[in-house]
Unconditional design. Structure first.
Length: 145
């Protein structure tokens, strides 16, 4: 029963996070920032722009991590679980970009898709490095196939 609750909670967290991404991309209007930019310091605007661009790298990397945490409730980390998590994260990123094509003031952007994938790959590498250190401490030497 405990495993079921753990899995259900993790899956619910993933779904809520995916809804948050979808909602944010549906309701964010870059034009609203443009209108308020007249009153702001140009350096502050630059920092805001950089943070918004970094958000692409972070948000889908977080989705990958949430998926991997969910899959660890079914046993040790494996290449199959990593592949499934990467695939779901990339496909959701693509679906979000397609979705933005139909949202006013938004657009489908290959650059955004590339940033999303970079974030997924970065988190995959980070997850592997951290997991490798954990495996070395426990005496295991690799991720199962």
């Amino acid at each position: 029963m405990k495993d079921f609750l753990t899995r259900w909670t993790r899956l619910t967290l993933i779904i809520l996070y995916m809804i948050l991404i979808w909602y944010q991309s549906s309701h964010f209007n870059p034009e609203s920032l443009y209108e308020s930019s007249y009153n702001l310091n140009p350096n502050f605007i630059l920092i805001i722009g950089m943070l918004l661009e970094l958000l692409h790298i972070v948000e889908f990397g977080i989705l990958y991590i949430l998926l991997m945490i969910f899959f660890t409730s079914f046993g040790p980390i494996s290449r199959l679980k990593e592949t499934i998590s990467i695939t779901i994260s990339i496909l959701y990123s693509v679906s979000d970009e397609i979705h933005q094509y139909y949202v006013p003031f938004r657009s489908f952007a290959i650059g955004d898709l590339i940033k999303n994938i970079i974030g997924i790959i970065f988190m995959w590498l980070l997850f592997r490095v951290l997991n490798k250190k954990k495996l070395m401490k426990t005496g295991r030497n690799s991720i199962s196939k």
